[in-house]
Design a protein around this ligand. Structure first.
Ligand code: HEC
Length: 171
């Protein structure tokens, strides 16, 4: 810009600055106020090393204390360092594995229906084509039947087949 420029306040892009009329006071207050607030905010949360971790640890400690007192109240064994899976749970799992209803739901209900009343496979609560005896049913499960009844002899243990046989014969 040369010194003999007729409009010294005019920028190269043609925008003319109006130095007479200042921005409204509320704008100035908001503008500088927000800058100050931002700096204060950063100082407090970012630069001071503030973290919610302490709060978290505090709550965890309180929670642990609570569960430990509960544990000590119910049994006299020292509190376990890790929340070990209680032994009875795995035993219960084994028990359900050997539960005829659960076995049926897992391996058979897809074809014979949730209640064994038949779907793709025949109804198992009525008469049996291959005989409704323990022998015949075990044979059906273990070796399958020609009309699309699969073989379970490899998949299930003899105990499981026995449990299943008892279950479906009582449907
Ligand atoms: C893929 C489907 C399918 C699955 C899974 C299946 N079945 Fe079957 N099942 C059939 C069909 C189809 C028949 C009829 C076979 C025939 O008529 O030759 C049948 C027949 C039978 C029979 C003989 C019924 C009769 O009339 O004598 C028994 C018992 C039986 N299934 C039990 C079971 C058991 C227990 C299971 C689970 C371990 C099972 N099935 C899983 C399809 C299935």
């Amino acid at each position: 810009m040369s010194t003999n420029d007729p409009h010294p306040e005019e920028h190269a892009d043609g925008i003319v600055e109006d130095r007479e009329q200042a921005p409204p006071v509320y704008f100035t207050v908001l503008f500088y106020g927000l800058i100050i607030w931002a700096v204060a905010f950063m100082a407090f949360y970012l630069l001071s090393g503030w973290s919610s971790d302490a709060e978290f640890q505090e709550k965890m400690a309180a929670h642990k204390g609570e569960s430990q007192t509960q544990q000590q109240a119910t049994d006299s064994t020292p509190p376990a360092t890790t929340p070990a899976t209680p032994e009875p749970a795995s035993a219960a799992t084994v028990a359900t594995e050997m539960n005829g209803q659960a076995l049926f739901a897992k391996h058979c209900s897809g074809c014979h229906g949730a209640e064994g009343k038949g779907a793709f496979g025949p109804d198992l609560s009525g008469d049996y084509q291959y005989g409704k005896t323990e022998m015949a049913v075990q044979e059906s499960i273990t070796s399958g039947r020609p009309g699309n009844m699969p073989t379970f002899g490899q998949k299930l243990s003899p105990e499981e087949i026995k449990v299943l046989t008892g279950f479906i014969l009582n449907l």
